[in-house]
Design a protein around this ligand. Structure first.
Ligand code: GLV
Ligand code: GLV
Length: 330
């Protein structure tokens, strides 16, 4: 008998085909919205595998309902939507989709950076609203990108890919990371600094660290106050790493120059959020990895991860692999 799985959203056709070859598939596809929690809690009781998105909170209450669940496959590289500790305790593998979205997410991060620096969205609105009367010396002037200093907080795969883009713009590149990466420093000619120095010296601060207890509100009032008045903050990782209220104040009081945000504390962000009232903020709806090619690759990889675990194969993408092993040896 094929293992039973539940898929929380409609997926590309080739991914559905792959899943159906190996599994007995049930899917939430009434609408392109997250599966209601009560449906998830019901479905999880009977399944061997769960294929989910970052929009689903797979917390202890949900996980504890599972009776024979072996794997939770998240179609994302980030997995802060899943209670890993609870999953590990129940012997459930959690998988993610690293690697395939690295370059695409670095592209989006750099485009946000450029959009804010050169006021692309602001300028687009200006023109469409009929405000373009003449070429003017200081009209819609922004910040230079070439030759500026880029500070990367969190030097993982995406951070490295961002550094490569910045090199093409002759940027000086600083980074801060939990562990120092000497080989990468040498290879990419980038410099490790403490967070405080990074904030003080950078013209662009890009956040690419995962969301954890440690990185919650990592960028708060005090950190923002260290930044240059001409500096731009970009967050394409997870909301909650930046304190939005503090960011709004810093932007309003012109303590920093602008911000580009692809992620928010609450998603979707409320249209009432004061951040959306500021012209020097460019916002996008969590589309870091959203290229057609990459979303297909992510969907497929998440399916392969799920099938792999159900077939008893070890996978490179089990995020709690070490702890699972430890538990099963006890
Ligand atoms: C998207 O945010 C992801 O984590 O893949
Ligand atoms: C601007 O268009 C210039 O020619 O300097």
């Amino acid at each position: 008998m094929k293992p039973k799985i539940f898929v929380t959203r409609k997926l590309p056709e080739e991914t559905m085909k792959l899943l159906k070859e190996h599994c007995d598939v049930k899917i939430w596809e009434q609408e392109d919205l997250p599966v209601p929690r009560e449906v998830l809690i019901e479905e999880i009781q009977e399944i061997d595998g769960l294929y989910c998105l970052l929009t689903e909170a797979i917390d202890k209450e949900v996980i504890d309902r599972a009776k024979k669940l072996k794997v939770i496959s998240n179609m994302a590289v980030g997995y802060n939507n899943i209670d890993i500790e609870s999953a590990t305790k129940q012997g459930i593998a959690v998988t993610n989709t690293p690697g395939v979205l690295t370059e695409t997410t670095a592209d989006l991060t750099f485009s946000l950076l450029m959009s804010v620096a050169r006021r692309i969205v602001d300028a687009d609105c200006f023109l469409r609203n009929g405000n373009w009367k003449t070429w003017s010396p200081m009209l819609l002037t922004g910040q230079d990108i070439h030759g500026a200093t880029l500070g990367i907080i969190g030097l993982g795969r995406i951070g490295e890919a961002l550094a490569k883009r910045a090199q093409g713009f002759n940027m000086k590149i600083l980074y801060h990371n939990r562990t120092r990466k000497y080989a990468v420093e040498e290879r990419l000619n980038i410099h490790y600094v403490e967070l405080e120095a990074l904030l003080r010296e950078s013209d662009f601060v890009c956040i690419l660290t995962p969301y954890t207890e440690e990185t919650k509100n990592l960028i708060d009032e005090e950190e923002l106050s260290l930044m240059k008045e001409s500096a731009i903050l970009i967050n394409s990782s997870r909301g909650g790493i930046v304190n939005e209220e503090a960011l709004y104040k810093a932007l309003l009081d012109q303590k920093i120059w602008g911000a580009g945000l692809d992620v928010f504390e609450e998603e979707p962000v409320s249209l009432e959020s004061p951040l959306l009232s500021l012209p020097n903020v460019v916002v996008t709806p969590h589309i870091g990895s959203a290229s057609i090619q990459t979303r297909h690759l992510m969907a497929q990889l998440a399916a392969e991860n799920l099938i792999g675990v159900l077939n008893g194969k070890s996978s490179n993408h089990i995020v709690n692999e070490a702890d699972l092993k430890f538990n099963s040896n006890k």
